[in-house]
Every structure is written in structure tokens, then in C-alpha cells.
Design a binder for this molecule. Structure first.
Ligand code: BES
Ligand code: ZN
Length: 934
């Protein structure tokens, strides 16, 4: 009998689904029957139109049941419905025809194919093209234990008992863990969601609640309004007992911020920021936020920083809550940027979604960029614009390695898709958008994205659509007809600006999105003639290496160059579309500085005496250049050292001007390089050189250190500088700083932790305090009872600063066992332990030992796993380290071969080895010479 059914199904499949092909009989369902679909991507014969979803979680048994009715359109005849489902136990499936309900209730056979997280519903009747059907599914599942799907989170109440809540996180591929669905971003549909809950809880979802039905027995059913058309990964619901604050925006959107009841008083800043930012975006995009409400919810257990579910954005507590007593100025900037990011997604991502995950940068690159643009506009005092430099430096760090990838990269499996949420999509994406905005002008850029958002609203888009919208400046009428046109004023403006040539944005931008890496522009200036050429910039690989030519082959960028010269501080432009070019400056020029304010995504090398001129200029009058230009020069110089183009002593000579630097950004950039070199040398076992470098740093920056007060006074820039400088001073045992921190710590302990410390120096005070055994224990106790995530993260950093290896191990185990330290905080804790000089090998051994558990919790390809791998190996710089890491990756081949992070990590260690080989002697000599200079 069984055989016959199988045989019949096979026949049916052949008869109706031939066009959808790929019947590879290797795809065998869990029951042994052939599974009728072999691709990871769903067939395009059925489209969901509307989901009616009922979810009933039981927060005591930690299980939930659900039922879904999906209205679908059929475009090609078929007998099978393939959709996603993961870890759901399907209880019943049926399909109903629009007109005729005779088949109502007839249970269909359901096949499961876990490798692709798919199920197939087999229908005896052919579903006909052009007709509408309703798919019914009821199912049961456990609340997920990790951070994906519909998962459990807990928090301690004031009375000490554990409270439970359930929340969702779906992006990119976990909606299928909460309900069977067509879980791909292009299958947009409307959702009507109903949640059952007890009287002690509230339920939240994307849309406002329209009614509550009392079902008896203390059970309530909240019905939410029908949603706009959206992708599955944006659906969200939460059952919890949180408290909220609310406010209306000027256009009538109700904003609410939710948190666990005891943290309710930390929600006010987020509310104010969210109102301002949403109002900003409505104006900037010239499109109203389409939902009546926006809830921002702080979830106690949250793997990431935040998530942009439409109308119900979710956050890690430290990304949303602001506690005036313990949150520093950097914490405030962070919260504002994160809200700016998730609200930007309500347009970029939610309203217009990338067609597939290969273009996730259209969501994330834009959100990362818009967070800076929006915060700069709404909170200028936070100086978010300075943050952009760091964003681009991060992008370059990754993109100058051969293991980088193009912004648009094919991704099919959930691991590959997860890996797309990386520095390339986020930071490089943001930086090339910034370059484009500087190139087109702010106004043209803005109207281009408005056009793009309008045209693709409630739909999906790809790279090309963006470039066409940007270059194509149609009037509104032309635009709505969807025709390509060149008739508007803006197109004229572009032509005028760029010398009459048609602006071929697509060709230009393809060189930045479809090709990996970053160009190096080599400048050779002889009086007024500047010869320029481009090559691919690579760190750790030198022109003398045999692989060099093959790594350069075929790379060419269209680079919108900008420069200023000794003669003119007005920005000049030159579009370099070929390997080399010549610029005639006309007139006598002593120096030239390319990539003004670092508005472009390229590194610059000045050949001949170019760097000498720049070093001299900085020494003599650094204020002739903007603070961004100065920061950029420091960055460039040290990048060129890693690429073997500039000797380390020249880069260090350039830093000598910092004695006169008063701006925090270049100062911290220079200090940052010295610190990084120090850590590498210290780890590599060169105590004398390390000591000399430490002495040099302390002496050289003595004035800056001495100037700092232990307070929260001054501008944002002063405050940021203070935190960083005092942190380094304490770390380097600067006697006066350590003394001051100790005094404050003692006072704080004496007050039993009730004394309010200046928020910007809390971290140093705790870190110095944690050096004694009693101080450490006191801090751990405070960690357990603190209600401020901002404070807890400062305490945890301080605890991890200890030199006691047993304590470090104890902390890691606490994170692993979820005792006191939440699992969500483990990746960054591992990272911090690895930075601690006594924790290097401890962290690495811990990762090796618990690899499987870590992967299970955080998922292969996630940012957390990347942090763990890169964090524990980034300071490795010997051949032994390299072998050791290789051997481990070999032993977990099944995982490691799937990961990009492992490639990155090996290449990075190789780069460190070469850096030391090349530069250690130079550093030694330079230090001896310059320490004597004091
Ligand atoms: N859409 C992402 C969340 C996300 C990240 C989902 C990775 C799936 C995989 C969200 O908008 C985001 O970008 N969050 C970031 C940055 C945020 C803190 C500004 C994050 O969580 O790290
Ligand atoms: Zn994002």
C-alpha cells in the first residue's frame, strides 16, 4: 500500500511539476518518500497573498501551538505546495478552494525535508493556475532555546523570582521556526496576527491591537490589525509583562518604548530620540511612515544589537535603555545610532526590500549610513559625522585582505546568508554610499533615494534599480509611468557638473559593488603635473610576492577623486576611470592632499618626496588641513606600512605632529595605532620593546593625560577624548591616573556603590578597583544586582581586566552556564578575555573546547561566531600560532570549511607575522632615537 501511494505521487509530480524540474531523488523526505523539490529556493508557482496567523504560547510549559491560513495565488498548475518549516510539528494540513469548500478538512499528506527546512503538501486535486486557494496548517513546537525563531527570554523580578517572556527574531531565515511560510524576502504578503495570552501578560505585534477577546479560564486573545505588505523576516510578536512610555509624533504616529518593569525609568531618552528620528526620516524620505504605531522593545536576551521588525523594533537592553547615572556619552551615541539605524530600515528594508540576500547591503549599508546622516541632523552635538571615518576604516580593514568579498555576493544556505551581515555589507556599503553622495551632491543623492523608495514601495529591488533611480531624474509624472528619462533639472545639474558626459552610475558603481577590494591611488607630483595610477590595495601581501600579479589582474575602479592643494582649499575633482591619468594643476603647487575629508573609498600613496611634504606640512601648520584630512593621513600612512609601501619610521614620524593636535579624532586615531602595535609586540614576547613603546606613549601624551579631569564636563568631543585617554593611562599604570581611580573606587565602595561617579570615567574606576581581590568580588556582587545594562557592561569589562587567570576562566564558565552572565554577553566576554595579555591562550582554548556548544547557540555564520573566531586569534603573530589555528580548523572541517571567518582569520595571522618580520627592528631603532629626544 505504501509503495502504491509513493508511486502515485511520483506520477503526479512528473505530470504537473515538470517545468519546476530538478527531481533529484537524493531529496528524500524524513519518511523515506521522495521529496518533490530539490532546490533551496522555493518554486515560483505559488505566491502567498495573506497570512492569518494564530499563536498560543504557554510560558509555563515553554511550548506553543499555532495555526495559519495562507491565501495563495497559483501561477502554474501544481499538486504540491512547497514551503518552509523548521522544528515545527505539523498536526494537520489542508487546502481549500476559493469557491468550493467540499475538500474542507481533508487532511493532506505532508512530507518534510529538513536539510532545506522545507515541507511539501501533496494535494490529490491539481491546483490550477490563475486561481486562489487557502492553505491551512496547524502545528506545535517548543519555544526556541537560542535567540532565533519564537524564543524564550527571562529576567529576575525585584522579588527575585524568574519572569519569562517570549519574543521573536526572524531575520534572515527563522520565521520558518515560528510558522510554516514562504520564507524568502520577495514573497511579500499581508498578515493578520492573533496572539493568545494570560491576564498577567500583554501581547505586541507589528500592528496595533484592534480587539481583545476573553476566552475564559484566564485566557485572552489579542487581534492585531492587518499589516502592510511585507516580507516574512519582518513579522514579529512578543508576549511579556513589560511597561512602556509613549508619545505621538507631529504626524500622529504613536511611539512607545517598552522594557522590563524595573527598567521603565531608563526608557525616556529612547522615546525622545525615536520621535525625533522618525520625524526626521518622514521629512528626508518625503514618505510618511505607513503604520499608526512604532514600538521599541528592550529584550533581556538578544543576540544582536537590534532588529527592525516593522512597527515593532527589538533591541538588546544596552542598545535602547539609557540610565543617566551610569550611561556614558558613548553609550548615548550608541543608543541614538541604533535607533537611527532600525528606524531607517522602516524605509530601507521594510518598505523597499532587496530581492534576495545577495544584496543585503541595500538594507544594511543604507541603514548604517542613514543612522549617521539622521543622528547628525537631529543631535548635532553628538558629532555622529566623526563616526563615519571609523566606519570606513573598519571597511578598509576587511576589504584590504584577499579573503574579502564583493558587496553583492551569491548566498544560498542559511549559513551563507548569515555571513552576508558583515563589515562588507554594513561598513563598506555605508562608505560607498557616502562617496556617491559626495560625488552627486547631497540634494541629488536625496532625491535619488526618494525616487527609489517611491518606485519600489512594498516591493523588492536590486542594485541596478538603485543606480537607475539615482541617475534617472524623472519628474513625478514620468516617474510614476515607470519610464526611464533624462528630462529633469537634476539630470541637467549632473551633466553640468561632470562635463557634459552622461552619468553612467551603474557602470561606475558596479566597480564598487561587484568587485571586491579597495583601490590604492599612487600619486607622483612633479611641480604642477600630477601623475596618478591605481592598483588593488592589499595588506600583508607585497609586490615582491609571486602571487602579486595574479591578485592584481583584472581590477579597475571608477574613482571619483577629490583633492586640495597648497594653492586652493576648494575641492577639485577628477574621475579616474582608467589605470592611470595625469592632472595638470596649473600654477605652482607645493603639496597636494587627495581624498578630501575621506569622502572617497580609496587609499592614497604619495610617491617620491610626497610624504615628506605632508609630514612637514603637518608639523608646521596642521590646521591647514581639516581634522578629517589629518585623521585620514594617519590612517593612510599606517595602512601603507602594512602593505609594504611606506616604512614604519615614516608613519611614526608623521605622528610627531600630534603634540600640537587638539582635536579628539586624529589624536585618538594616532594613539590607537600606537596601542595596537604595543599589544602586538607585547603578545609576541618582546618585553623590552613593549616597555619602551609604553614609556614613549606615556611621555609623549603626558600633557594630554595630565589635562584630563575626572568628571563629565565639557563638549562631547572633550568627553570622548577623556574616556579613551584615561582608559589607556590606567591600563598603562600611569601613576597619577591609577591613584585617582583608586581613590574614587574606595569612595564608591564605602558608599556601598550608591555614590554617583562621573559616567565617562566609571569604566576606569572599576577597572583599577578590580585589580584587588576584594574589589573584584565587590564588583561581581554589584554586577548581579545592577539594573543598568550600561553599568553591567562596564563592570564586566573591569572584571575581565584582572590578571588572575582563574577568575577569567570562572567568568567564561559563568557565561557558558548562563549563571550570572547571560549567554548573549559571552562572545564579547571571550573577545575581551583574548585581549587581556594573561587571557590570550585561555580564550582560545575555551573556544576550542566549547566550539560545538557555541555554534549551536549562536548559529554558524553569525556575527557572534565571527567575533569569537576573529577576537581570539586577531593578535596571533607567530608561525606556531598559525599552525595551531590551522590544526583546529582542520579538526572542525565540517564547520570551518563553510565559513569565511576562518579564511579571514588565517590571512590576518599571516599578515601579523609579516608585519613583525618587517617592522620590529625599525620600531626598536625609532624608539631608541625618539625616547632620547625627550
Ligand atoms: N537587520 C539587522 C539585524 C540582523 C543582523 C539580522 C544580522 C540578522 C543578521 C539590524 O538592523 C542590524 O543591523 N543590527 C546590527 C546593528 C545595530 C546595532 C545598529 C546588529 O545587531 O549588530
Ligand atoms: Zn540593520
Amino acid at each position: 500500500m505504501k509503495f502504491t501511494t509513493t508511486f502515485l505521487h511520483l506520477l503526479l509530480i512528473f505530470a504537473t511539476d515538470a517545468v519546476y524540474g530538478s527531481h533529484n531523488y537524493a531529496t528524500v523526505a524524513t519518511n523515506g518518500q521522495p521529496f518533490p523539490w530539490a532546490e533551496r529556493r522555493l518554486p515560483d508557482n505559488i505566491f502567498p497573498v495573506h497570512y492569518n496567523l494564530l499563536i498560543h504560547p504557554n510560558l509555563t510549559t515553554l511550548k506553543f501551538t499555532g495555526s495559519v491560513k495562507i491565501e495563495v495565488d497559483v501561477t502554474h498548475n501544481t499538486n504540491t505546495v512547497i514551503l518552509h518549516s523548521k522544528h515545527l510539528q505539523i498536526v494537520k494540513a489542508s487546502i481549500e478552494d476559493e469557491m468550493d469548500d467540499s475538500s474542507l478538512g481533508v487532511a493532506l499528506q505532508v512530507l518534510e525535508y529538513p536539510p532545506h527546512e522545507q515541507i511539501a503538501l501533496l494535494s490529490a486535486n491539481t491546483l490550477l493556475a490563475g486561481k486562489k486557494y487557502f492553505v491551512y496548517l496547524s502545528y506545535a513546537a517548543n519555544l526556541s532555546e537560542g535567540f532565533h525563531g519564537f524564543y524564550k527570554s527571562t529576567y529576575p523580578s525585584k522579588g527575585g523570582e524568574t519572569r519569562i517572556l517570549a519574543s521573536t527574531h526572524f531575520e534572515p531565515t527563522s520565521a520558518r521556526m515560528a510558522f510554516p511560510c514562504f520564507d524568502e524576502p520577495a514573497f511579500k504578503a499581508n498578515y493578520s496576527i492573533t496572539i493568545r495570552r494570560g491576564a498577567e501578560h500583554i501581547a505586541l505585534s507589528n500592528m496595533p491591537k484592534v480587539k481583545t477577546v476573553h476566552l475564559g479560564d484566564g485566557l485572552y486573545e489579542d487581534h492585531f490589525d492587518i499589516s502592510v505588505r511585507m516580507s516574512t523576516y519582518l513579522v514579529a510578536f512578543i508576549v511579556c509583562d513589560f511597561k512602556s512610555v509613549s508619545k505621538m509624533t507631529s504626524t500622529g504616529v504613536k511611539i512607545s518604548v517598552y522594557a522590563v518593569p524595573d527598567k521603565w525609568n531608563q526608557t525616556h531618552y529612547a522615546l525622545e530620540a525615536a520621535v525625533k528620528l522618525l520625524e526626521f526620516y518622514e521629512k528626508y524620505f518625503n514618505i510618511y511612515y505607513p503604520l499608526p504605531k512604532q514600538d521599541l522593545v528592550a529584550i533581556p536576551d538578544f543576540q544582536l544589537g537590534a532588529m527592525e521588525n516593522w512597527g515593532l523594533t527589538t533591541y538588546r537592553e544596552t542598545s535602547l535603555l539609557f540610565d543617566p547615572q551610569t550611561s556614558s556619552v558613548s553609550d548615548k551615541l550608541w543608543v541614538t545610532l541604533v535607533i537611527g539605524h532600525e528606524l531607517a530600515h522602516q524605509w530601507f528594508g521594510n518598505l523597499v526590500t532587496m530581492e534576495w540576500w545577495n544584496d543585503i547591503w541595500l538594507n544594511e549599508g543604507f541603514a548604517r549610513y542613514m543612522e549617521i546622516v539622521s543622528v547628525e541632523a537631529t543631535y548635532p552635538e553628538l558629532q555622529a559625522d566623526d563616526y563615519l571615518l571609523g566606519t570606513c576604516f573598519a571597511a578598509i580593514g576587511r576589504d584590504s585582505m584577499n579573503s574579502s568579498r564583493p558587496i553583492t555576493t551569491a548566498a544560498e544556505s542559511p549559513t551563507e546568508i548569515n555571513e552576508m551581515f558583515d563589515t562588507v555589507s554594513y561598513e563598506k556599503g555605508a562608505c560607498i554610499l557616502h562617496m556617491l553622495r559626495s560625488y552627486l551632491s547631497k540634494d541629488v543623492f536625496q532625491s535619488g533615494i526618494v525616487r527609489y523608495l517611491r518606485k519600489y514601495s512594498y516591493r523588492n529591488a536590486k542594485n541596478e534599480d538603485l543606480w537607475n533611480s539615482m541617475a534617472n531624474t524623472c519628474s513625478d509624472e514620468d516617474f510614476t509611468s515607470g519610464e526611464f528619462c533624462y528630462s529633469s533639472n537634476q539630470a541637467f545639474k549632473n551633466r553640468y557638473k561632470y562635463g557634459g558626459e552622461h552619468l553612467d552610475l551603474k557602470t561606475m558603481m558596479n566597480t564598487w559593488t561587484l568587485q571586491k577590494g579597495i583601490p590604492l591611488v599612487i600619486v607622483d607630483q612633479q611641480d604642477n603635473i600630477v601623475r596618478i595610477r591605481q592598483e588593488r590595495f592589499l595588506r600583508g601581501i607585497f609586490p615582491t610576492d609571486p602571487v602579486w600579479p595574479s591578485l592584481q589582474e583584472g581590477y579597475l575602479w571608477h574613482i571619483p577623486l577629490t583633492y586640495i592643494t597648497s594653492n586652493s582649499r576648494n575641492i577639485q575633482r577628477h574621475l579616474l576611470e582608467t589605470k592611470s591619468g595625469v592632472i595638470d594643476l596649473r600654477g605652482n603647487v607645493s603639496w597636494i592632499k587627495f581624498n578630501t575629508d575621506m569622502n572617497g573609498y580609496y587609499i592614497v600613496h604619495y610617491e617620491g618626496d610626497g610624504w615628506d611634504k605632508i609630514i612637514k606640512l603637518l608639523k608646521e601648520n596642521h590646521t591647514l588641513l581639516s581634522h578629517k584630512d589629518r585623521t585620514h593621513l594617519i590612517h593612510n600612512a599606517f595602512q601603507l606600512v602594512s602593505a609594504g609601501k611606506l616604512s614604519l619610521d615614516r608613519a611614526l614620524d608623521l605622528l610627531l605632529y600630534l603634540r600640537f593636535e587638539t582635536h579628539n579624532v586624529p589624536l585618538l586615531q594616532g594613539l590607537g595605532y600606537l596601542e595596537t602595535i604595543f599589544r602586538m609586540i607585547e603578545k609576541a614576547g618582546n618585553p623590552d620593546v613593549a616597555q619602551n613603546l609604553k614609556n614613549y606613549i606615556l611621555k609623549y601624551f603626558q600633557d594630554v593625560i595630565d589635562k584630563q579631569t575626572w568628571s563629565d564636563e565639557g563638549s562631547i568631543s572633550d568627553r570622548r577624548l577623556r574616556s579613551e585617554v584615561l582608559n589607556l593611562a590606567c591600563d598603562f599604570d600611569h601613576p597619577m591616573s591609577v591613584k585617582k581611580a583608586n581613590e574614587l573606587f574606595k569612595e564608591w565602595v564605602r558608599s556601598n556603590g550608591t555614590l554617583s561617579l562621573p559616567t565617562d570615567v566609571i569604566m576606569m574606576v572599576y577597572s583599577v578597583g578590580a585589580k584587588s581581590a576584594e574589589g573584584w568580588d565587590f564588583l561581581l556582587e554589584k554586577y548581579k544586582i545592577s539594573l543598568s545594562g550600561a553599568e553591567q557592561s562596564k563592570i564586566l569589562s573591569a572584571l575581565i581586566n584582572t590578571k588572575d587567570v582563574d577568575k577569567l576562566l570562572r567568568l567564561l564558565h559563568m557565561g557558558m552556564k548562563e549563571d550570572t552572565i547571560r549567554m548573549q554577553d559571552l562572545p564579547s566576554a571571550i573577545y575581551s578575555v583574548a585581549i587581556n595579555p594573561v587571557g590570550h591562550s585561555l580564550a582560545w582554548n575555551f573556544v576550542k573546547k566549547y566550539w560545538n556548544e557555541l555554534v549551536e547557540k549562536f548559529e554558524l555564520g553569525s556575527n557572534s561566531i565571527r567575533t569569537i573566531i576573529i577576537g581570539t586569534t586577531s593578535h596571533f603573530s607567530s608561525k606556531e600560532d598559525l599552525n595551531e589555528v590551522k590544526m583546529f580548523f582542520e579538526s572542525i572541517k565540517e564547520h570551518s570549511s563553510q565559513l569565511r571567518a576562518t579564511q579571514m582569520c588565517l590571512e590576518n595571522i599571516e599578515k601579523n607575522i609579516r608585519w613583525l618580520e618587517r617592522n620590529l627592528e625599525t620600531l626598536k631603532t625609532w624608539l631608541l632615537k625618539n625616547i632620547m629626544g625627550f
